[in-house]
Design a protein around this ligand. Structure first.
Ligand SMILES: [Zn+2]
Length: 226
């Protein structure tokens, strides 16, 4: 009897998930219509997945929502906020929780200020790699500030603080800007192999030998017109 019940239950589950996916998709479309900032977005189909590490995430052409998150029966407001968060990611793909993300999230009242700040300052994202987030110690406390423009010094501080090799940071920044190694090399009139060597330099040898070239690469990337 128990087995039979289990079988029926298992057969039933996909239908429930399908219903939930459809409902979430309707909610997503409503949010896109409700907020001007989202109007340009094409709604992504929802896929419910088994995962305890996140409530939702953007994955390729889908927005994935955690089954475990839904099973806690979150209030509608929380589900909405979760979807709003993902829609902001859809607006700025590959940026991570950057300044752009942060500003819009603040405007749309998604998540509390503290969480947003944590994300902005602690993650490797477009803004941190552009060196736009800095901090000063005032009276033993860290005070963060946001620069309007990219800063080589800002990136340098960020990499040194977090022990991230400069080559790796520049490679990620180049990818965020959608530049190929070849395009970057031709912009700098350098060899592709030189860029490759710098990007793969885990020991920061380039920094000690020739900081100028790193700075040049940085500016060549961030000055790319979008
Ligand atoms: Zn996020």
């Amino acid at each position: 009897m128990l087995d039979a019940y289990a079988t029926v239950f298992r057969l039933f589950v996909p239908i429930v998930e399908e219903m939930r996916e459809r409902e979430l998709f309707e909610l997503e479309k409503k949010l896109i219509a409700r907020y001007k900032s989202f109007r340009s977005l094409k709604p992504k189909p929802i896929r419910i997945v088994d995962n305890v590490d996140f409530a939702a995430r953007v994955k390729g052409r889908y927005i994935e929502v955690s089954k475990q998150f839904l099973d806690t029966n979150p209030p509608l407001k929380e589900v909405e906020n979760t979807l709003k968060h993902e829609l902001i990611h859809c607006l700025y793909p590959n940026y991570g929780h950057s300044i752009e993300f942060y500003n819009l999230a603040k405007r749309l009242k998604v998540a509390d200020h503290y969480t947003l700040k944590q994300m902005l300052f602690n993650e490797v994202n477009k803004s941190t790699l552009e060196g736009r987030i800095g901090y000063r110690i005032v009276g033993g406390e860290e005070h963060y500030y946001i620069r309007k423009k990219p800063s080589w010094k800002g990136l340098k501080d960020f990499c040194e603080d977090r022990c991230i090799p400069f080559g790796e940071a520049l490679k990620t920044l180049r990818e965020i800007y959608g530049l190929t190694r070849k395009e970057l090399a031709s912009k700098l009139k350098a060899k592709v192999s030189t860029i490759k060597r710098i990007e793969e330099d885990k020991l920061n040898e380039t920094l000690y030998e020739n900081e100028k070239i790193l700075r040049k690469i940085f500016w060549a990337i961030v000055s790319k017109k979008r």
